[in-house]
Design a binder for this molecule. Sequence first.
Ligand code: URA
Length: 438
Amino acid sequence: MRMYDIIVKKRSGIALSEEEIRWMIAEYTKGNIPDYQMSAFLMSVYFQGMTDEETAILTDAMAGSGERLDLSSLPGVKVDKHSTGGVGDKTTMIVAPIVAACGCTVAKLSGRGLGHTGGTVDKLESIPGTQTSLAKDEFLDVVRRTGIAVTGQSGNLAPADKKLYALRDVTATVDSIPLIAASIMSKKLAAGSDCIVLDVKTGSGAFMKTVEDSIRLAQKMVAIGVRNGKKIAALITDMDVPLGYQIGNALEVEEAVRTLKGEGPEDLTEVSLALATQMLLLADKGDMDECRSLARQAIDSGAALEKLAAMVEGQGGDSDYVYHPEKLGRASFEGEFQAKESGYLAQMDAEGIGIAASLLGAGRETKESTIDPLAGIILLKKTGDAVKQGETIARLLTSEEAKLDGALRRFGEAVAISPKAPRKHPLIYARVTEQGVE
Ligand code: URA
């Protein structure tokens, strides 16, 4: 078989055979296909797309390119969630403890932040002592003892995706629905859970900017999950505006804890409860109303907060920080962004806010950059709120004073004030399951 012929075929819009896809992924993972040929292939997929059949085979080939986690020794129904990435999205730290407190088993692999989006692993690491590169046996042991663990992805999980994603990142081929679907689902399949809930973000801070594209992506991923025997559902949720009011690693831990204490912001609480409900529903814990009420009770009783503390403790961290997140501390330098005029906050572009947080030190420019765990942004106003000239819209925090000016400038470019109140966006647009779109 020749990679050249596969490129020509895909470039001409002809569907590839299973043998061709499996050969290509195996050879690329081994280093036998050069990046320039794979780049040409990815660009052909970007323009020609892939059939559902091709996407499913590609996903399976990528999932099988390395180790597959075997969770069968763990008790209970294993449930997983995945967000396509956003700004201020700390839902894993809320949802995973809720469903674990309701008797589900959560053995979750999470990522680090890159670019304008944050990652759960970085957030958890802002809790002193918390280990996020657990060896497989350690990871399974924490889950067995506490019902929940969240660790970083080992290098050998879907290694084909690791190579392909790095290449897509520099060849302008990230935002292709079949490539995103195969990338995400290959990791989810290799991670071994029985039930998967996908949080597909839509809007300015998401990969998919329109609801229609987000639904198409969700449908592809749900179809792949069903084909592989998984119970799977997706929610399409808003990422035009950051989720919650705090962006940055320790700041997000603090807000997640507040939400687990029942004192979180409305949008974050609602999205978290909706995701937890879907996970409990897939795990057969009751009907929709029962699952929602189970999730609510896990917050109200304090059981979910205790689960987060048990997980942190199990992973070597100090759970005192979970009960008293104010002990995480505040960055030394602070700048305030004030409204230049009176009116309504008409726009708070999530991507721009994420970049401003990153400039403060909360994110990394490259995979090698180090993170300032205390850096970030506290929003005092969000889209739709009335503001007066001179009123503070946000507080920007960093441990390096020199970073404040650039971040304040970038923050300013992301917000707009208008005399008229903007139209309100829904928080949750749709649910996608095997049965269709609701
Ligand atoms: N997240 C992933 O893991 N892969 C993609 O392609 C996009 C988002």
